[in-house]
Ligand binder design. Sequence first.
Ligand code: 1GP
Length: 247
Amino acid sequence: MKRGRVENYLLSKIGSGEKLHMTLIDPISVSEERASEIASFVENAGSDAIMVGGSTLHTQEHLDRYILAIKSSAKLPVLIFPNNVQSISRHADAIWFMSLLNSVDWYYIVGAQLQGALTVKAFNLEAIPMGYVVFGHESTVAAMGRVLPLSPNHREVAVCYGLAAQYLGMRFLYLEAGSGATSPLPSEIIADVKNSIEIPLIVGGGIKTGEDAAKVAKAGADIVVTGTAAEKNLDKLAEIIARAKGR
Ligand code: 1GP
C-alpha cells in the first residue's frame, strides 16, 4: 500500500531529525467548542497533528461533527485514533489503522479492523498501519480492549512486540501507558524498543509536564502524544509541546 499525504508528512519530519508532538482530543470529555479552541491553540504552539479518539466514543455522527469543528479552526492534519468501528469519519485526513497487539481478544487485534475496512475504503481515508501495545491494567483502554497486562519491567517482551509489529509490516509502533496514567513509561523501555526497531515510535500516556515530554522524546520516542494535558492547562501544554520538540 502506497504511503499517503499524512504519513509522508510525518515521515519527512521524522526523517529530518525532528521530534513530533501530537495532541489527542477525546470527544467524550471535551466539547466541540473547546476542541476547536484547543486545535487552534496547539497549532500555534507547534504541535504537529491532532489525533481524535477515546476509549468510549459511541457515534460516527458525533465524530463527524467533532472533526469538522476542529478543522474549522486549525489546518493541522487530523488523524482518527479509533476505539472501534464507529470511529471512522470521512472528514479526517487519516486513520491510524491499528491493532491492539497485546489484547487477548481477536476482536481488538483484527476483528474491528475487518468490520471497518470497507468503510475506510468507501471514505477513501488514508489508513496508516500501526501496532499498539498497552502497558498496565488500570486504564480504560486496558479494560475496554481486554488487554493482557504488560509490565514496564518486561522490557524484552515490549521489544518482541515492537519487532513483531515491524515484521508484520506495520509502519508505526505505539507504546501506551494509558490515558491519565500516574507517570509516563520509563525511559529504559522506550530506549530498548527504539534501539531494536526501525519503524517510528509513538509514546503516550501519563505525560503531564514539559520535563516528562523531554524525557520521553530523549529516550527515543519519535512522536510524543498527550491528551489529558490539553484538557487541563493550555500553558502547560505549550511547554509540553516545546519540550517534546526539543525547544
Ligand atoms: C492516551 O496516550 C494517550 O491514549 C494520551 O494519554 O491523556 O495521559 O496524555 P494522556
